[in-house]
Ligand binder design. Structure first.
Ligand code: ASP
Ligand code: MG
Length: 422
C-alpha cells in the first residue's frame, strides 16, 4: 500500500484540486491520502486564534465567516447540487466547531485554544476532497485523523502515543483500505480526552510517515509544487541543483539546520521501517522527483546550502566570573528547554555562552528575565545562519562575500557561519 500526501499548494483552488485526479487514478492501491488545509487556510486560522488572544472576538468571528464562505464557494465549484447537499451538513458541523472554539477561547491556555481553532482547516478541505472523489466514482472513505492519531497534551507540538495510534489506525484504516481510497487529514490528532491537537506547523508530512510506518507502506509520496529536493532554496540562491537520490540521514541534517524541505519528524518513522519517501511534483507528475531512502552507496552530493534568516546571537556571561562548565551549562540549557527555545548554534568560552536563536522578541525577553540575576546578556541582531554541507573553499568564499562573520564552526562535512551583511 501507498501513502500520498498533498500539501496546501496542491489544492490551493478547485482547479488545482481537479488536477490531482489523474495522479490518484494512476496510483497503486491500496492508497491512503493525507491532505493539508488548502492554500493559506492555516495562516488564516492562526490569525483567528491571535484575534481571540487580543480579545478581538468580533474580528475573530468576522474572519471565521470569511473562511467559511471561501470553503462553501470552493465546494460549490466542484460538486453537483446533490453531492453538495450531502457534504454541506459536515462542513456546517465544522463551522459550528470553529465558532465554539472561538466562544470557548481560554486565555489561560493559548496553545490548547489555538489547536481547537487551527485543526479545522484540514477537516474542511478533506471533506470537500472526499466528496469530490466520490462524485467521480473514485470510492473514498473519509476518516477523522483525530480518531487515528492519539497524542499527549503538548498542544501545538503534540507527541504521538504510538501504541494507541497503531491500534486505532489498524482498526479504522485496514477495513476501509480494502476497497476504497482512505482520505484523512495531516497535521492533526487528539488527546485521550478527545481534545484536538496539532503536530506543529507543516506537520502533514509527519502524519503521512506515521500512517505509512504503522501500515507498512511500500512508499510515501509527498506531492509538492517543486520538481524535487534542491540543494538550496531557489528563492535565496540562483544556481540550485536537483538531487535525485538522497539518504534519510542527509535529509535529517538538512531539516535540522533549517531547510524547509520536509517536516523534520517525518524521516524517523520511515527510516525505522525502511520505507522510501518520494518527493514529486504535482504540476508535472511525469518528472522523476527525488527519492529519500536508506544510506545509499557513496552518493556524491553537491554542496547543500541552508540559510536561516533573522537570527540573534546571544552572549550570556556569568556575573560572578564562574566558568561555563557543567553547572552553568545545565542551568542554561534548562532555561532554554523550559522556554521551548531551540538553539541553532552553540559555542562556549571560559565565562560566556553564545547561542544563535531565531529572533523572537518575546522569547529573548523571557530569557533575559530568567537569567539576568546571574548573567549579563548582550546580543547581536540582524544576523543569518549559513550552513553548508559538503562544502569546498570556493563556495564558502562565494557565499560569505560582503558579510562579517560573527561565529564559525566547521567539521569535515559541515560548516556553519553566523553572518551579518556589511
Ligand atoms: N496546514 C498545516 C500548515 O500549514 C500543516 C501542513 O500543511 O503540513 O502548517
Ligand atoms: Mg502546508
Amino acid at each position: 500500500m501507498q501513502v500520498y500526501k498533498f500539501g496546501g499548494a496542491s489544492i490551493a483552488n478547485p482547479v488545482q484540486m481537479q488536477q490531482l485526479v489523474p495522479i490518484i487514478q494512476s496510483a497503486e492501491t491500496p492508497l491512503i491520502i493525507v491532505l493539508s488545509a488548502y492554500g493559506k487556510t492555516t495562516n488564516a486560522l492562526e490569525a483567528i486564534a491571535l484575534a481571540c488572544k487580543s480579545h478581538e472576538v468580533e474580528e475573530a468571528k468576522k474572519l471565521a465567516k470569511q473562511l467559511e464562505q471561501a470553503h462553501i464557494d470552493y465546494a460549490l465549484q466542484l460538486l453537483s447540487t446533490d453531492n453538495y447537499d450531502v457534504v454541506f451538513p459536515h462542513l456546517n458541523a465544522l463551522f459550528t466547531e470553529l465558532e465554539w472554539a472561538i466562544d470557548d477561547f481560554n486565555h489561560q491556555d493559548f496553545d490548547y485554544s489555538y489547536d481547537q481553532i487551527v485543526c479545522i482547516g484540514e477537516l474542511l478541505s478533506s471533506r470537500i476532497f472526499a466528496a469530490y472523489l466520490n462524485q467521480l466514482q473514485l470510492s473514498t472513505t473519509w476518516i477523522d485523523a483525530r480518531d487515528l492519531i492519539r497524542t499527549d497534551t503538548t498542544f501545538r507540538d503534540a507527541k504521538v502515543d504510538w501504541k494507541q495510534t497503531e491500534k486505532q489506525v489498524l482498526e479504522l484504516c485496514m477495513p476501509a483500505m480494502q476497497n476504497t481510497i482512505v482520505l484523512t487529514q495531516g497535521f492533526i490528532g487528539a488527546t485521550s480526552d478527545n481534545a484536538s491537537v496539532t503536530l506543529g506547523r507543516e506537520g502533514s508530512d509527519y502524519t503521512a510517515a506515521i500512517l505509512a510506518s504503522i501500515l507498512n507502506a511500500s512508499a510515501v509520496s509527498i506531492w509538492k509544487d517543486v520538481e524535487g529536493l534542491l540543494n538550496a532554496d531557489p528563492k535565496q540562491f540562483k544556481a540550485t541543483q536537483k538531487i535525485e537520490l538522497i539518504s534519510y540521514s542527509e535529509v535529517i541534517e538538512m531539516a535540522f539546520y533549517g531547510a524547509q524541505v520536509i517536516h523534520p519528524k517525518t524521516i524517523k518513522p520511515l527510516q525505522n521501517k525502511n520505507i522510501p519517501l518520494h518527493v514529486k511534483c504535482f504540476l508535472n507528475p511525469e518528472l522523476k522527483g527525488t527519492t529519500i531512502q536508506n544510506d545509499v552507496l557513496q552518493i556524491q552530493y553537491p554542496p547543500i546550502i541552508v540559510l536561516k534568516k533573522e537570527q540573534v546571537l546571544l552572549q550570556v556571561t556569568t556575573r560572578d566570573f564562574s566558568f561555563i562548565t557543567e553547572d552553568n551549562l545545565s542551568k542554561l540549557y534548562q532555561v532554554f528547554h523550559q522556554l521551548r527555545i531551540k538553539i541553532n548554534l552553540i559555542q562556549n568560552a571560559a565565562i560566556s555562552f553564545i547561542a544563535c536563536i531565531d529572533h523572537k522578541e518575546d522569547q529573548i525577553e523571557a530569557i533575559i528575565a530568567a537569567l539576568e540575576t546571574d548573567y549579563k546578556i548582550s546580543r547581536n541582531e540582524n544576523a543569518h545562519l549559513l550552513t553548508i554541507r559538503h562544502y569546498d573553499n570556493s563556495i564558502i568564499d562565494e557565499l560569505t562575500k560582503d558579510t562579517v562573520c560573527l561565529l564559525q564552526q566547521k567539521t569535515r562535512s559541515t560548516i556553519q557561519l553566523v553572518l551579518q551583511a556589511v
